[in-house]
Design a protein around this ligand. Structure first.
Ligand SMILES: Nc1ncnc2c1ncn2[C@@H]1O[C@H](COP(=O)(O)OP(=O)(O)O)[C@@H](O)[C@H]1O
Ligand SMILES: [Mg+2]
Length: 225
């Protein structure tokens, strides 16, 4: 429920689900169904008016904005629809900046290597010195994924990350995110593309702020986040 100046609006209602650790989990639904609001709950940007969010076994409690920002920096990497790379920085510098902003505890002399390793995970190491304008949309999104990985968060959250890409590039980016589950990452992927959603480990379908379907294609792990 969101309280505006004039009224209270219920955006999400009766939402209960668990995301299996090390899975790729899709949140699917038409525009306006509440997908972004749900993601904002998971990252503490929005707070539910009732109910709880358990993140990696720990309840997401009310914290100060500062504490929350620090928590987010360590626990979630975010990938945006429009990449949001800094246009004047190279691919490598964009990843390095995430280490700087995330106040990485790694020794500074290892930052460059760490950034190159992240670029390598998304098959972009050979483009490390390119500016975003010198890369295709799919390549820019891979750099954005590398940036999200920089501080080694257990969870990557992507809000329509392939909404701006053609189908072939979208599937390539999806493949890369799927592969990250082998490195113990849990991927939460918002999409309105049913084709991609059908390739996920599990997921749910939202409509008008309610879960209308839960999808578990090949769920085996008993462990849940
Ligand atoms: N702060 C807000 N105040 C009023 N309405 C909001 C607010 N945030 C979201 N909404 C409404 O909630 C619904 C869900 O929005 P959103 O989570 O952005 O959907 P989606 O990401 O699925 O397109 C929409 O109808 C939107 O207009
Ligand atoms: Mg949205």
């Amino acid at each position: 429920m969101i309280t505006t100046r004039t009224q209270k609006i219920t955006i999400l209602d009766d939402i209960t689900f668990a995301i299996p650790a090390r899975s790729i989990f899709t949140i699917n639904g038409p525009s306006g169904s509440g997908k972004s609001t749900l993601l904002n709950m998971l990252t503490g940007i929005d707070r539910p008016s009732s109910g709880r969010i358990i993140f990696a076994g720990e309840e997401l409690r009310v914290r100060s904005e500062n504490q929350l920002a620090r928590w987010r920096g360590q626990h979630v990497g975010i990938v945006f629809q429009f990449f949001q790379l800094i246009p004047t920085l190279t691919a490598l510098e964009n990843v390095l900046l995430a280490l700087e902003l995330g106040k990485s505890k790694l020794p500074r002399r290892s930052w460059r290597l760490r950034s190159l390793q992240c670029l390598d995970l998304v098959e972009m190491e050979q483009y490390a010195q390119r500016l975003p304008s010198e890369l295709s949309g799919g390549q820019q999104q891979r750099v954005a994924i590398a940036r999200a990985l920089a501080n080694d968060p257990p969870v990557i959250i992507a809000d329509e990350p392939t909404g701006n890409l053609d189908s072939q590039m979208a599937h390539a980016v999806f493949d890369i995110l799927t592969r990250l589950t082998q490195y113990d990452k849990t991927i939460i992927y918002v999409t309105h593309d049913l084709d991609l959603a059908s390739r996920a480990t599990a997921g749910l379908l939202l409509r008008d702020g309610r879960i209308v379907q839960q999808l578990h294609t090949h769920l085996t792990s008993g462990e849940q986040r």
